[in-house]
Design a protein around this ligand. Structure first.
Ligand code: B12
Ligand code: SF4
Length: 453
């Protein structure tokens, strides 16, 4: 039996550049945060889960506690929601990467912050709530969880999954990717990234048997599609090989964010392809080694990128290249060189980013020290906006070149050069991403910023 005290758990959306809350009718995945928090909640409570990206959180509620999660650009909206519920006398708890790195800032808007992961801190906070008093303003687990025996999240409650659309072949077979994670943390320390601090420099892996249980839960919902929510699932190659080996007989298709390390080990790459990997979002960041060194990513070797992209392409794995332009060693011509590189090497999708210093990261601290932060309006912390003073161009030039690069990446000439002739394997998936390019091209022509999604 579940309890009757209600907790409203919200994942914040973000504001559109012209105001208004960004909302979608359908979305290609759903974060695990809310269902995972629900699974960690003692049965004395019942949770209502709302993704603000999909629908407006209830302004009138019988909940006794509100929990809000937010990332990056969503933080402005999250703070507004927190202010709203607090003004109505409801206690508000916030968690997630941004507030964990900036608890003092968050406490201006909420009553309590969960710093870091919730596995130990959330039940402790709720026990205090039951007793009628929060003993702390910042709850932090005594140690990182070893990721064994985590409670099973109820995938039917995923806020952005629409089971009624599973009847549509495209939604079921291609569009919706079920979330799953296998590791937490990353052994690297890229200057701009929050992951190392958030996970206190740990890298932890879930037992493979428990991961397979979750894979079966996805399969039982009629899907073969997985999106790994990991930041770097291949940091421990032995574990990754074992995982891909266990996954292969399941007949799933998966995509993930990943480091380029996956292509540095051909056995690993073959196993990934055999286990159903069809798309990887890879943080190449820049094609200049001096820039990689400058953001503390010297282990990535720019001169190897072309060869490693070829290895991925040869196995029919689609790439989403995550690219930062306007780093300290970039001048305006580097935007064009980067674009040419992506076209020449037939990269199916790229997401361009002007550098964003997330508060709490070493990059933010350096920019602050160098007096280069131009605004602390968090609603401008999206990737098409120059929020730091670049070294070798003006902020206006950086923005102009950003939009020009984005425009040119989706020009017909670029799309044709990137998709033809096609790679030897996975023709169907390639055609799917060709269509995705045409959709992005349309969005871009309509003046939309697709990367907010
Ligand atoms: C899924 C995901 C998305 C999805 C979210 C879809 C949705 N609305 O459901 C999409 C693709 C939309 C997305 C987009 C973006 N994302 Co995102 N995303 C993730 C990802 C991969 C997984 C999140 C997840 O489910 N994790 C699993 C759960 C279980 O872990 P968790 O969220 O950390 O939650 C745990 C704790 O943090 C804590 N917790 C978290 N929130 C709360 C709240 C309360 C009340 C409590 C008590 C505890 C708590 O409890 C949980 C259990 O321990 C993370 C990376 C990661 N590994 O987490 C990045 C991440 C959160 N995203 C990030 C960013 C930057 C973005 C973008 C801004 C990037 C962009 N291109 O613009 C956009 C913003 C989109 C927007 N609309 O504004 C950053 C956040 C950085 C920061 N400092 O805030 C992360 C950490 C990635 C990274 N490596 O930098 N993202
Ligand atoms: S490799 Fe990725 S997850 Fe790891 S520190 Fe660098 S950016 Fe963060």
């Amino acid at each position: 039996m579940t309890g009757s005290r209600k907790i409203l758990l919200i994942s914040a959306s973000h504001y559109e550049p012209r105001g208004g809350v960004a909302r979608v009718e359908r979305y290609w995945t759903s974060g695990l945060t809310l269902v995972h928090l629900e699974a960690l909640t003692p049965r004395d409570f019942v949770c209502e889960l709302v993704d603000d990206f999909r629908r407006e959180p209830p302004l009138e509620t019988d909940a006794e506690l509100v929990g809000i999660t937010a990332m990056g650009l969503q933080i402005g909206r999250a703070y507004d929601l927190a202010d709203y519920y607090r003004a109505r006398g409801l206690p508000v708890v916030m968690g997630g990467a941004w507030v964990s790195l900036n608890p003092e800032q968050a406490l201006e808007h909420c009553d309590v912050v969960v710093k870091g992961e919730a596995e130990y801190a959330w039940p402790e906070l709720l026990a205090d709530f039951q007793r009628g008093v929060f003993r702390q303003r910042v709850y932090e687990g005594s140690r990182p969880h070893d990721l064994r025996g985590l409670p099973e999240a109820d995938l039917d409650h995923l806020p952005l999954w629409r089971p009624e659309l599973m009847r549509e072949k495209v939604y079921r077979d291609y569009y919706f990717q079920f979330p799953l994670y296998v590791t937490r943390g990353c052994p690297f320390r890229c200057e701009y990234c929050c992951i190392t601090q958030f996970h206190e420099a740990t890298y932890r892996k879930r037992p493979i048997g428990e991961v397979m249980r979750d894979v079966d839960a996805i399969r039982s919902r009629g899907s073969r599609n997985i999106l790994f929510m990991d930041d770097n699932p291949v940091a421990d190659r032995r574990y990754a090989k074992e995982l891909f080996g266990a996954l292969a007989p399941k007949g799933m298709r998966w995509c993930s964010q990943c480091t380029i390390q996956i292509a540095e080990d051909e056995e690993l790459l073959d196993l990934a392809a055999k286990s159903g990997c069809f798309l990887l979002s890879i943080g190449f960041e820049t094609i200049k080694q001096s820039n990689l060194d400058g953001i503390n990513k010297p282990w990535a070797r720019a001169r190897e990128y072309a060869r490693l992209i070829r290895l991925l392409r040869h196995r029919g794995i689609q790439i989403v290249a995550l690219i930062m332009i306007g780093l300290d060693d970039d001048d305006p011509a580097d935007f064009d060189r980067t674009l040419e590189f992506l076209i020449r090497h037939k990269v199916p999708l790229a997401k361009f980013h002007l550098p964003i210093p997330y508060p709490g990261t070493p990059f933010y601290d350096r920019m602050e020290k160098e007096g280069r932060i131009l605004t602390k309006d968090w609603n401008r912390y999206h990737y098409g906006s120059a929020v730091i003073q670049p070294k070798r161009m003006t902020p206006e030039m950086a923005e102009q070149k950003f939009w020009a690069t984005y425009h040119d990446f989706f020009s017909m000439r670029s799309i044709l050069r990137r998709f033809f002739p096609p790679a030897p394997r996975n023709l169907k998936i390639q055609m799917h991403y060709l269509t995705a390019n045409l959709i992005f091209r349309k969005m871009q022509q309509a003046g939309k910023h697709p990367y907010l999604y």
